[in-house]
Ligand binder design. Sequence first.
Ligand code: ACO
Length: 335
Amino acid sequence: RGCKLVGCGSAVPSLQISNDDLSKIVDTSDEWISVRTGIRNRRILSGKDSLTDLAAEAAKKALQMAEVDPDDVDLVLLCTSTPEDLFGSAPQIQKALGCKNNPLAYDITAACSGFILGLVSAACYVRGGGFNNVLVIGADALSRYVDWTDRGSCILFGDAAGAVLVQACDSEEDGLFAFDLHSDGEGQRHLKATMTDNEKDHEVGTNGSLLGVLPKGSSYSCIQMNGKEVFRFAVRVVPQSIELALEKAGLPGSSIDWLLLHQANQRIIDAVATRLEVPSERVISNLANYGNTSAASIPLALDEAVRNGKVKAGHMIATAGFGAGLTWGSAIIRW
Ligand code: ACO
């Protein structure tokens, strides 16, 4: 039993923020941002907009492309680090899609690697668990956790959602050849948004007994990032990971039609492509328009490339995610 990608879709908020707009908020310029990152614009969810709605819209488009009825979906995986419900937002997407048979729906948290982990999880469910149609959605609204006074990080991020439908097929048609996944908790200090104030939660007596509980909710800090370390990490691990996945698949680098990386920084994408000897015309990039959209960036770029005719049926794609955790991983897929 194999699995293949049969549909994709994406959705972005309508509010667009250019580099010039940002230069009115922090001490930066269009030139600095575009030279150092390749980013020119990003889309941001405004106050009342819902990330869950955006994710459902992307998922609907993927189902339409695949011509699959929502009732035939048997698993929804929402890859996000910014859910609108601490307990998970995936069931709300299942509800919005109107899947009548109550398919399992849950969240996967792995920052910018989330979509790759979702894709591999979907493949495992299909191959081993008898699932037939798995929606993998990458959706994030990091703008909600950005420190808009920190010019070193606020220029990078945007909000978006992208989705693919992974479907069961005969093993000859299999579309996921190999993958390679990792994490390194040691590197968390370079990129994090951790809980705040939790140590003040309980009043504990000297004998360890509970004296009182302060009524409060917890919250998370803004994104704290050491950009240089994250940059070095990405350029080091991503080519290694893709080479490992190619080796596991028994495929030469020359068999790859497209390199599709998490869209974090054009200089990271270029450095990885150079290391892997992939010419620039075989590299997919759309971060100039959307910035780093975390778990959404790979399916968003894939959807654009499929709909504009770049990626055609049968094309081989080397894809990789990397980011907070630290986490990273790659997959060799066929569209
Ligand atoms: N505008 C103008 N100047 C700036 C800005 C800005 N927006 N940001 C920083 N600078 C200044 C700094 O203050 C510094 O000035 P100084 O030399 O006077 O001290 C100078 O520019 C150089 O700063 P660096 O931080 O060294 O710049 P660098 O070339 O490393 O670029 C960047 C910074 C763009 C953040 C880069 O390091 C990067 O992209 N790193 C990867 C980050 C990333 O991808 N993170 C997301 C991972 S995915 C996830 O899981 C969320």
